[in-house]
Design a binder for this molecule. Structure first.
Ligand code: HEC
Ligand code: HEC
Length: 394
């Protein structure tokens, strides 16, 4: 009897310790685990396999023929989004250790609730210095086919861009060597690198790739606009979930002049409301003096005063507006297009009248309000409040 009991307890003991062991084992193979510092889900969020709505794949759009949004994807085959890669990128994006004195992270100047822009006209770096230009919203940055980044497009790829603020003397102030050393000596990164890249080696290439994966995952496709768009064949058809005012604003925005619109989509085109392949001048100033825009990176005189056209997704969240943050509200932006366009030598033709002068839109108050109402339908709360893009630090 005693012997049997003894055997049973041995068996139980073995089973019990196997149980503990396998628990431990499954914890270590799932590095996306919770710990005292990070609040990450056991199962990573889905960043890599999003079911974009059908209108993201449809070519016909708006006033003129345009490519589908997904055909403008700048994600390279050498850096496809994975759930573990974007998770690592998310932690890096929110980690203040990536700045010299631990005071700022990428998220200090790219605030989720503000469409990943900064409510300040100019942002503050790690020592309180200010940036040269207004921060850019990061929504749907992935769908800029040309793949260049910054207002003046000076970064040739997103992988190149994400390392620039880290080394910038005003923004984050680290050398790449210090960056690697810091990440190597921070405990919570080893399992995240292992999961994303197969082992825990920290390299500049891996840091750049994972940050770029997180930024490319910042896609908005669940706004009021998307819900309405999914119910009609053409974007220009009235949406049943829109008010009359929003539908009027949409017509003005999407249609070209001969069809009773303002041609905003000539530059803010596709379902990302972006110019996929070139920078433009929208008549902010008659002359470029302090900021020459894309010319600063190309040296081409036709680029003087042209800037990357930002995607208008979530635009209502990210005041102030333009590369220098000169307009505090959307109403001021609309008034610029209505009555304030300046005769810059590189002013885009769609903003000129037939005589070649800056176009005057002569909008009524009702039309101006309608345009603002339409722009607000591009706000996506699932994007601006969703946990998967939020700060993972406790
Ligand atoms: C101190 C504020 C600040 C910090 C910190 C910062 N940024 Fe920015 N970011 C800006 C400003 C300002 C711009 C526009 C600068 C320009 O165009 O000259 C910008 C532009 C960008 C762009 C270009 C978007 C586009 O559509 O072209 C990306 C992407 C970006 N930042 C990502 C990041 C990432 C990733 C980090 C962290 C590694 C980061 N930023 C840290 C202020 C900041
Ligand atoms: C010629 C091309 C062009 C046309 C047409 C155009 N835009 Fe723009 N838009 C731009 C560019 C370029 C910028 C950024 C300019 C800068 O900061 O220097 C911009 C910026 C904006 C912004 C601010 C975005 C931000 O994040 O700061 C809004 C809002 C906007 N446009 C709305 C409109 C509306 C509404 C119309 C139609 C009435 C319109 N645009 C027509 C090129 C254009």
């Amino acid at each position: 009897m005693k012997k049997i009991n003894f055997r049973i307890s041995i068996v139980l003991l073995v089973l019990f310790s196997l149980g503990i062991y396998s628990c431990k084992e499954s914890e270590t193979v799932s590095p996306e685990r919770q710990n005292g510092i990070l609040n990450l889900p056991y199962e990573p969020f889905n960043y890599s396999n999003i079911n974009f709505p059908a209108h993201f794949s449809e070519p016909d759009l708006h006033g003129g023929p345009q490519n589908s949004i997904v055909s403008n994807d700048n994600m390279p085959t050498t850096n496809q989004i994975t759930n573990a890669g974007a998770t690592l990128g998310r932690v890096l994006f929110y980690d203040k250790n990536l700045s010299k004195n631990g005071r700022v992270s990428c998220a200090s100047c790219h605030v989720q609730a503000k469409g990943f822009s900064d409510p300040k006209v100019l942002s503050k770096g790690f020592e309180g210095g200010t940036t040269r230009r207004h921060s850019m919203g990061l929504t749907n940055a992935r769908f800029y086919r040309k793949g260049t980044f910054f207002w003046d497009e000076r970064a040739a790829t997103l992988e190149e861009q994400v390392l620039i603020p880290i080394q910038d003397e005003i923004e984050m102030g680290l050398t790449l060597d210090t960056l690697v050393a810091r990440i190597e000596s921070t405990d919570y990164y080893a399992p995240l690198f292992e999961d994303a890249f197969g082992d825990k080696t920290v390299t500049i290439d891996r840091i750049s790739k994972s940050l770029a994966q997180f930024v490319r995952s910042l896609v908005s496709y669940e706004s009021k606009y998307d819900i309405g768009r999914a119910t009609v064949n053409r974007a220009t058809d009235d949406f049943s979930n829109f008010t009359q005012e929003e539908n009027l604003g949409k017509t003005l925005f999407l249609n070209i002049a001969p069809l009773g619109g303002l041609g905003c989509t000539t530059c803010h085109g596709t379902e990302a409301f972006i110019t996929p392949s070139k920078s433009t001048n929208n008549g902010l100033d008659a002359e470029s003096t302090t900021d020459l825009g894309v010319y600063e990176s190309t040296g081409n005189p036709l680029d003087i005063g042209t800037f990357k056209t930002p995607s208008l997704r979530n635009v209502a969240l990210r005041a102030p507006y333009m590369h220098d943050g000169r307009f505090a509200t959307l109403e001021e932006v609309i008034e610029h297009y209505n009555s304030g366009i300046q005769a810059h030598p590189n002013l885009e033709i769609v903003l000129k009248d037939p005589a070649g002068n800056p176009r005057r839109m002569n909008l009524s108050q009702e039309e101006k309000d309608a345009l603002v109402a339409f722009l607000k339908t591009l706000t996506d709360e699932k994007f601006s409040e969703g946990e998967k893009f939020s700060n993972p630090f406790r």
